[in-house]
Design a protein around this ligand. Sequence first.
Ligand code: 6OG
Length: 161
Amino acid sequence: MDFKIKRIYSLVFVKDTLNKKILLGYKKRGFGKSKWIGLGGKLHPDESIIECAIREVKEEANIELTSVDKIGYLEYIFEDETNVMAVHVFSADSYSGEISETEEIRPEWFEYGSVPFDKMWPDDRYWFHLMLSNKRFKGHFLYEANLENIKIYDLSEVDNI
Ligand code: 6OG
């Protein structure tokens, strides 16, 4: 029997819309180590996905989000693995506190035109432009077991997420 176990994650992009900059985090450890990623992580039992997004941003960059907008849903499937990562994508353009580095993440602002795709998850190249231009989207990505190549994907813009 072939069945998949879904693991649920949040993935949050904090935007400085005035200066057209996006906050990414350099992942210092764990899954995705040495990549630039959005902030976020695994859903805990007894919290909503929005609570997860807010908690993870606090844990990883020391700021408190004051607005979050759900903008995307992505599923990652890995060859030879039973787990599926179900990732709820958010954007946020207001927060309180000062952004600072934590044990897991070194946060840094990037201009929309200087996003370091060569040091990010390969799927980001497909949907980042949608996220940056405030579009909503859904997609699936099947990764080869080496986690470097995408074998098949689908992606679509949606009105509601
Ligand atoms: P922690 O392990 O830090 O949560 N994530 C991915 N993001 C993209 N763009 N592509 C992928 O391709 C990803 N796999 C995981 C989801 C991991 C964080 O990294 C995101 C979470 O926000 C495979 O708890």
